[in-house]
Ligand binder design. Structure first.
Ligand SMILES: [Zn+2]
Length: 383
């Protein structure tokens, strides 16, 4: 099977390289925004889109014009990639329109926020240095080995630092699937009260994973910064300053979150063969009552965690089942299967049919494990 992975490291550029990175990101943003403006005008006038090829052909003449001749200094594939990214954004937009989803029209990129650029090829790695065409060899903090062949390289800025992200591909033998045995199964329910509630094995051994500290540690500051930003004039100098502070804090939270997701998911996949979760799609429907900022962080954290679980399970030939597609686990009694509506504020599941009473999240985890097991058995996986 083809294994796709992502590796991200912090760059240690020299002052000159730092400036080149900013220049490359600036050029990508310039082309992206310019292309978006063109496409928007045509879309509004004629309801159709401009093609990537038409915009790409224009690049040559842009480089010849005096006002935009500085584009010559930028690696040409980086420029083309910016137009490709715009094309992808438009394709997603039209796809959403077609499928009846609420489409988000591609947005303009703002200077200093999510600055990035991408190389489709030509990047080399030697030890702790990475060769970026037209920028040179840049040192990076290699915290782990890069596995597979590098397909794409994205350079992005988070706060005051530049990062390099490689996406790699590697052909590996497909692992034999683990046997279906409930003793090696775990049901996982995610929530706000506990980050995750797990029921392991046929004895439903409970494990409660507390919320990671960054949930509460960074929230007050996040609220202050968000409030400050909301009071500034949009795109003004002070707004940009506040926005930068906010994105710096978000970047820090993101790093904590990814670290947490990696550690927890590795531990779970190591100890279980069958992992049953409610699912990426519906985890965010839970706990509507929580405050928006903490919800947003929790939501993103569950997603990182579930994504990690999913690919790590796949890599090791373990089963990953999203049960939420089949039924709402919060409503079902894990003892007798009776179904009842249960309010969000209700912490206990009390079954009217069999009088079973249990922590609601643990009940859900058990139901998810049972549902996952029956899906796997029905799919004809070897018992
Ligand atoms: Zn019951």
């Amino acid at each position: 099977m083809l294994l796709k992975k992502g590796f991200k490291f912090r760059l240690d550029p020299t002052q000159g390289q730092w400036e080149l990175c900013a220049q490359f990101a600036g050029a990508s943003r310039f082309l992206y925004n310019r292309g978006l403006e063109q496409r928007k005008a045509i879309y509004e006038a004629e309801g159709r889109s401009m093609t990537y090829f038409a915009q790409n052909n224009e690049l040559v003449s842009l480089k010849r014009q005096e006002a935009t001749s500085w584009l010559q200094l930028i690696h040409s594939q980086v420029l083309q990639q910016a137009l490709k990214n715009l094309d992808t954004a438009f394709q997603n937009f039209f796809q959403n329109v077609k499928s009846g989803k609420k489409p988000g029209f591609p947005r303009f990129k703002c200077k200093g926020l999510r600055d990035s650029f991408r190389y489709p090829q030509g990047v080399k790695v030697d030890g702790t240095s990475v060769y970026l065409p037209k920028i040179g060899w840049v040192r990076f903090r290699k915290s782990r080995e890069i596995e597979g062949a590098i397909k794409q390289t994205t350079i992005c800025r988070e706060g005051d630092h530049w990062y390099v992200a490689f996406s790699t591909e590697q052909e590996v033998p497909t692992p034999a699937f683990a046997p279906i045995n409930e003793d090696k199964a775990v049901g996982i329910d995610v929530g706000i009260k506990h980050f995750a509630t797990m029921a392991s094995g046929s004895a439903h051994i409970p494990t409660y994973v507390s919320n990671p500290r960054f949930f509460t540690k960074h929230l007050p500051r996040l609220r202050v910064l968000a409030r400050r930003l909301s009071k500034k004039v949009k795109f003004g100098k002070n707004w940009l300053k506040a926005k930068k502070q906010l994105s710096k804090l978000y970047a820090r939270i993101k790093r904590c979150r990814e670290d947490f997701a990696h550690k927890l998911s590795t531990e779970i996949v190591k100890n279980h063969d069958i992992i049953c979760v409610e699912g990426l799609d519906i985890a965010n429907l839970l706990e509507k009552s929580a405050r928006p900022l903490s919800r947003a962080i929790a939501d993103a954290s569950w997603r990182s965690f579930l994504r990690c679980l999913q690919y790590k399970a796949k890599e090791r030939g373990k089963h990953f089942v999203e049960t939420g597609r089949f039924f709402p686990s919060t409503q079902i009694c894990s003892a007798c299967g009776a179904n009842q509506k249960i309010g969000l504020e209700e912490r206990e599941y009390r079954c009217p049919s069999c009088a079973m009473s249990m922590d609601r999240d643990l009940n859900s985890a058990i139901v998810e494990k049972a549902a996952g097991m029956s899906v796997l058995k029905a799919c004809g996986a070897t018992p």
